[in-house]
Write a new protein. Structure first.
Length: 158
C-alpha cells in the first residue's frame, strides 16, 4: 500500500512526462532512481495511472536488465567481468567482497541495506582493469585486498 507521500512523488514523476504511456521506461527509470528499485505497489499504480495492463508494466520491468524488482543497497557496487577484467582476475575481487559482506549467490544486498554487489558484462573501462564502480565512480586496478579495504572505508564513513 502506497503512502500519501509516495503517491504524490510518483504522480509528480508521471506528470513530468505528461502522463504519456510512451514514457513508461523513463518514468520507471525515475522511480528506480528514487527508490533504488521498482516496488510492486508502484508498478501496479503506474499501470492504473497510465492506462496500461499490469502485464505490460511487468514485462518492461523484467525485460530490461537495468531495472530491479529487489531493493538495492545505498551503495551500488558493480564488478566488471568483461574479458579484460576477467583475465586480470575480477572474480577473486567479487568473491572477496561477497565474503566480506556475507553475501551469497542468491543474495546481492547486505542485511543493513548499505551495499549491493553485482557483476556486469563490461564497464567500458578495459584499460583500467580489473575495475569496479561504486555508485558509478570507477575504481581501477582493483585487487581483492584493495576491494576489501574500500568496503571498510565505506562502512567507516557510513
Amino acid at each position: 500500500m502506497l503512502t500519501e507521500e509516495e503517491l504524490l512523488e510518483v504522480d509528480a514523476i508521471i506528470e513530468g512526462y505528461g502522463g504519456l504511456k510512451s514514457s513508461l521506461i523513463a518514468i520507471m527509470q525515475d522511480v528506480q532512481s528514487t527508490y533504488r528499485y521498482l516496488p510492486e505497489d508502484i508498478l501496479l499504480y503506474l499501470a492504473k495511472k497510465l492506462g496500461l495492463s499490469e502485464a505490460k508494466v511487468y514485462s518492461v520491468a523484467t525485460f530490461y536488465e537495468n531495472f530491479s524488482l529487489e531493493p538495492k543497497g545505498k551503495n551500488l557496487i558493480k564488478v566488471c567481468d568483461g574479458t579484460a577484467c576477467h583475465v586480470k582476475h575480477s572474480i577473486p575481487i567479487l568473491n572477496a567482497m561477497r565474503k566480506t559482506l556475507d553475501l551469497a549467490d542468491n543474495k546481492n544486498t547486505t542485511e543493513d541495506g548499505l551495499f549491493t554487489v553485482e557483476t556486469v558484462a563490461c564497464l567500458g573501462a578495459c584499460g583500467l582493469s580489473p575495475a569496479i564502480t561504486v555508485n558509478d565512480k570507477v575504481h581501477a586496478a582493483m585487487t581483492p585486498d584493495s576491494a576489501v579495504a574500500l568496503l571498510a572505508k565505506m562502512r567507516e564513513e557510513a
